[in-house]
Ligand binder design. Structure first.
Ligand SMILES: *Cc1c(COP(=O)(O)O)cnc(C)c1O
Length: 477
């Protein structure tokens, strides 16, 4: 341990780590993708109290390899098909290293002008890449959960003329709307924003799991009749379960006519808007007040990186802006401090990795990878459709394919839910691939997501082979 910066020590370990990470990424598909440890196994190996004397970096690194690595689930493995990915990529990892090295705190323009100005610029690039409305302005947050919370708080302040911030929830009858398929982060945000779960109205969905616009309209009318204040509608562009798309155009018109804030949660599917063939199908964005998507899901930027776009930045900032004496500076009238665009004061310098990724791939390179991923999902969907033992649970959306085991004949003694759950358990236990599940109309289904950065055809074929073989085993067993 050296109190002062030791250039040689730093360089030696940095070189070792870059070599290790290069090997790791080249062979990450050889690891059991889902960590095989049992609860408490990692904990047991770690000392109960901190070391009094400093240790060598080599010793710490060895312990990382021996004690920590076995408890890692390999999110960057091309055999990872669960949830949505948290992708990284070469340019992103390297930029993240630089960011850590600079150790910048990007709370104000003054505390690193480049961090604020680069964030402004790359978000303007992203806005153009996704073809979002020209008056949208972007800001980086850590996660979609927090982006949505910020949008909700801004909508709350708009609906109460800034009173909620001053007086709290007393006497407010605010209502928020989302579909029954919306992400749990919406309800969490409603709770944290002080509006309360009971004021979140969950609108039913059709059999493609898309919000019923008519039901939304009647819920709003009911609320107005009962003295509530419709405050915010959260519509999903790609739900987490099945990637369902709520009808944004109809919802947008309802929001506009009733002067309700419209927030769009496109956490995963937003990335696909860089594809003109997908973007052209997305109508109704002109009605949105805010829009979130996560470059950390399907745009190859290290977790965390969530892009929140808002239309009325004045309104938005008024919900958050609070600048004490010790944070004031002479430049305040000329510049915008990003900490006025959200909850945190301190902010990571996230724009750097986004900048590296967009420049490294270019928009064409990014489009190419996304299109390949979608083709893999189409291939997988075809296999499911042609299969004797599986059924497709809902049509594929982008890279999400939902399927389950099909019971042959009318064998009432066999339950497809139980067998499909058993199939998933065995597949994941093998460590060869990792998938997750959801429910479609109450039925247990497996989700296959083909969106990992370094995914290739062979990995998808391998996944299919394992799934099919294991499925046959279960049905015959
Ligand atoms: C993943 C996801 C979220 C949550 O994302 P975080 O960045 O982890 O908070 C929210 N909404 C949808 C639709 C998602 O798929």
């Amino acid at each position: 341990m050296d109190q002062y910066f030791d250039k040689e020590e730093f360089k030696a370990m940095a070189d070792q780590l870059s070599g290790w990470l290069a090997e790791y990424h080249a062979h990450v598909d050889k690891f059991p993708v889902l960590s095989q440890v049992s609860p408490g196994e990692i904990l047991e190996q770690l000392p109960s109290s901190p070391p009094a004397d400093g240790e060598k970096l080599d010793t710490i690194f060895n312990d990382f390899e021996q004690k920590i690595l076995p408890g890692i689930t390999h999110w960057q493995s091309p055999n990872f098909h669960a949830y949505f990915p948290a992708n990284n990529s070469t340019p992103s990892i390297l930029a993240e290293f630089l960011t850590a090295g600079l150790g910048v705190q990007a709370m104000k323009w003054l505390t690193s002008p480049a961090a604020t100005e680069l964030e402004f610029k790359v978000l303007s690039w992203l806005r153009q890449m996704l073809d979002l409305p020209g008056d949208f302005r972007g800001v980086l947050q850590d996660t979609a959960s927090v982006s949505t919370l910020c949008a909700l708080i801004a909508s709350r302040e708009k609906a109460t003329g800034g009173q909620f911030n001053l007086s709290g929830p007393e006497g407010n009858r605010l209502r928020v709307y989302c579909s029954t398929e919306a992400h749990a982060s919406i309800e969490k945000a409603v709770r944290i924003a002080g509006i309360g779960s009971n004021n979140l109205v969950k609108i039913p969905v059709n059999n493609h799991l898309e919000m019923e616009a008519d039901a939304l309209l009647s819920a709003i009318h009911d609320d107005l009749d009962n003295g509530f204040t419709p405050t915010c509608i959260v519509a999903a562009l790609g739900t987490t379960g099945t990637c369902a798309f709520d009808p944004l155009e109809q919802i947008g018109e309802i929001a506009r006519e009733n002067r309700i804030w419209l927030h769009i949660d496109a956490a995963y599917a937003g990335s696909a808007m860089i594809l003109p063939e997908f973007r052209n199908k997305v109508q109704g964005l002109e009605h949105a007040d805010s829009f979130v998507f996560n470059p950390h899901k399907w745009l190859f930027v290290n977790f965390d990186c969530s892009a929140l776009f808002i239309r009325d930045t004045k309104q938005f900032q008024s919900a958050f802006r609070l600048v004490p004496e010790y944070l004031q500076s002479d430049a305040d009238d000329e510049v915008e401090d990003m900490s006025n665009f959200g909850i945190q004061l301190g902010r990571r310098f996230r724009a750097l990795k986004l900048w590296w990724v967009i420049r490294y791939y270019g928009t064409k390179g990014l489009q190419k990878i996304l299109r390949e991923h979608i083709r893999y999902a189409i291939w997988f969907e075809e296999r499911v459709k042609a299969s004797e033992i599986f059924e497709l649970s809902i049509p594929r959306r982008l890279t999400v394919v939902c399927f389950r085991l099909k019971i042959q004949g009318n064998d009432a003694s066999r339950d497809a839910d139980i067998l499909t759950r058993e199939l998933l358990r065995r597949i994941n236990e093998s460590g060869k691939v990792f998938l997750s599940h959801t429910r479609v109309q109450g039925k247990f289904v497996i989700r296959m997501v083909t969106a990992q950065t370094y995914l290739r055809r062979e990995h998808v074929e391998k996944a299919w082979k394992i799934i099919e073989e294991t499925g046959k085993h279960i049905l015959n067993g």
